[in-house]
Design a protein around this ligand. Structure first.
Ligand SMILES: NC(=O)C1=CN([C@@H]2O[C@H](COP(=O)(O)OP(=O)(O)OC[C@H]3O[C@@H](n4cnc5c(N)ncnc54)[C@H](O)[C@@H]3O)[C@@H](O)[C@H]2O)[C@@H](O)CC1
Ligand SMILES: Nc1ncnc2c1ncn2[C@@H]1O[C@H](COP(=O)(O)OP(=O)(O)O)[C@@H](O)[C@H]1O
Ligand SMILES: [K+]
Length: 512
């Protein structure tokens, strides 16, 4: 699914209007009906009580006025409070005229803000994507008044005061909604942690916007939903053998952190790799062999950490990082790996695919000269703190996305910035936000599991780098979602994710 800019969203509305031969008022009617349908599924008229709709002067306010009429017709008790303005949009005026006289309407004033009793259901239709500057004056006062009330707040399209794709100045007045109901496609603002308290749970309703326009429009942001990865995993041919699905090498573990190596290996095996060899420090040999009998194991001469790089000729992909530690000798292993992976051989004309995670990322951060050695299409999987060590502290979540895109394009890498909506940046500067996963995965070892899945799918001969990464991130989150059905979020541990990778991949396997 694509995520459009605010300007592209306006153009999409226009294209829909022209293509379908409808008026903008008819499109607004669709949006308002979709909103009212969502609301009526959520709250019946008893649960809702008297609904207060706060309406601004633009089309967002127009949506609110149309919704007030439809709710009234559906038997809900509603009242409307209007934000005074010099000028209202044409569709606002149309919907103001259509509002039945039985619906009470008041104009807000600084001294007469609407009464909002505790528990009131409030629809925020003050401003949407047309917001051009932070709220001030009466609009800001209304928003602050609403935020102080103990109301249940549902925002139409966007919480008022929030920009759809840019940061707010600190202390701006922004509605804190429990739900945001938007139309057609999600907005960038919904995906960033800094906006979570404003947006609440978000929902996107279909209003029949032009599919042609969406298909033809190149957007900076994408949302990886089930449709984006449907059929992405090739079926396993009848006569396949273990050599068909690649041989992966995992460099992981140090004293006290062998669990990370075991989890990553388990995930790699469940990710469908043909063969897996793990190179682990001496202290991890028994641990690894006993807990992962399906994998082969090469013990390092050093007991507590890795000091040697095995020969790479046999492998189709290498993962490095989980539980690795940051010993000086291990830094040397990483440097050698980067150099050797970049060399082309007769059997392998392109660089050896690499997945770099955890302490291997921290080593890159503390020895930035290594960044120059990263082979093209290397996969890096930092969480925000690890990413900061590779770059610089971000001013806010939007700035972090800029840093992410710049890093991926400068180093021609695939960077997986982990979080609730994990964001994959490609070497060409696209950003793909993942839709799966849950807060139960905020538990030690979840990231090691992702490294294992990435390693398996990167060793897969038929998956190009981008498809392998997008699918891995999606399947990892989906495995977490499937696991949480059994464990609940609090009870979820990383091993539960490993056990559900198989079912998650089965869902996206192509049927032929
Ligand atoms: N046909 C369409 O264009 C559709 C639009 N839709 C709705 O229309 C919304 C966008 O409508 P608009 O473009 O009219 O924008 P808004 O309704 O968000 O607000 C625009 C109005 O607010 C004023 N304004 C902007 N920033 C302000 C500020 N800080 N303080 C005070 N006034 C400010 C502008 O001058 C303008 O009058 C969407 O969010 C969505 O809710 C939906 O009805 C779907 C169809
Ligand atoms: N709130 C959340 N919602 C969805 N996924 C999450 C959430 N918190 C963490 N995750 C996922 O869990 C993984 C955590 O990785 P990481 O931070 O490296 O943990 P660790 O180092 O303990 O393995 C990432 O893939 C991340 O996307
Ligand atoms: K709004």
């Amino acid at each position: 699914m694509k995520i459009l800019t605010a300007a592209q969203t306006r153009a999409l509305d226009q294209a829909t209007i022209q293509e379908q031969g409808i008026t903008s008022a008819q499109l607004m009617e669709r949006a308002a009906s979709a909103f009212v349908e969502w609301l009526s599924h959520q709250f019946d008229s008893n649960e809702a009580g008297e609904i207060l709709l706060l309406c601004g002067p633009g089309n967002n306010g127009g949506d609110g006025l149309a919704a007030a009429r439809l709710l009234h017709q559906a038997g809900y008790a509603v009242r409307v409070a209007l934000l005074p303005a010099e000028k209202q949009s044409a569709d606002w005026q149309h919907n103001r005229q259509q509002l039945p006289a039985a619906v009470p309407v008041a104009e807000m004033e600084a001294e007469k803000l609407p009464e909002i009793a505790s528990g009131t259901l409030v629809v925020d239709a003050l401003f949407g994507t047309g917001l051009s500057r932070p709220l001030e004056g009466l609009a800001a006062a209304v928003v602050r008044h609403l935020n102080k009330a103990q109301a249940r707040v549902v925002a139409i399209d966007l919480p008022s005061g929030l920009f759809a794709e840019a940061p707010q100045p600190a202390d701006s007045a922004v509605v804190r909604a429990q739900h945001t109901v938007s139309f057609g496609l999600p907005k960038l603002a919904f995906l960033l942690p800094q906006n979570a308290d404003f947006v609440g749970a978000w929902h996107v309703e279909d209003i029949g916007l032009s599919k042609r326009f969406i298909n033809e429009t190149a957007t900076p942001w994408h949302y990886t939903d089930a449709a984006a990865v449907a059929g992405a995993l090739p079926p396993r041919p009848k006569f396949s053998h273990k050599g068909t699905f690649g041989h992966a090498l995992l460099l992981a573990g140090s004293r006290g952190k062998m669990g990370a190596a075991v989890l990553a290996a388990g995930a790699c095996l469940r990710g469908g790799v043909g063969l897996l060899t793990a190179h682990v420090p001496g202290c991890g040999y028994d641990i690894f062999q006993i807990s992962q009998p399906e994998a082969m194991c090469l013990p390092d001469p050093q007991v507590a950490y890795l000091s040697k790089l095995p020969k790479l000729d046999a492998y189709q992909a290498v993962g490095i990082g989980p539980g690795l530690g940051q010993a000086e000798a291990t830094y040397t292993v990483l440097r050698k790996l980067l150099k050797n992976a970049a060399k082309s051989t007769e059997k392998r004309p392109t660089p050896l695919p690499l997945v770099i995670d955890a302490d291997a990322l921290n080593l890159l951060g503390s020895h930035r000269a290594l960044l120059k050695l990263l082979p093209e299409n290397t996969i890096l999987t930092p969480h925000p703190k690890e990413f900061e060590r590779l770059t610089e502290p971000a001013r806010d979540d939007y700035h972090r996305l800029e840093l992410l895109r710049d890093f991926a394009t400068a180093h021609r890498c695939l960077v997986v910035l982990k979080g609730a909506y994990t964001c994959l940046a490609t070497p060409t500067g696209e950003l793909h936000f993942n839709s799966t996963g849950n807060a139960g995965m905020a538990t030690g070892g979840s990231g090691d599991v992702l490294t294992g899945v990435l390693l398996a799918l990167r060793a897969h001969a038929q998956l190009p780098a981008f498809e392998a990464v997008r699918l891995s991130v999606y399947a990892h989150g989906r495995a977490g979602d499937l696991a949480a059905v059994h464990t609940g979020q609090a009870g979820l541990v990383a091993g539960d994710i490993v056990r559900h990778i198989g079912p998650a991949l089965a869902e996206v396997q192509a049927q032929i």
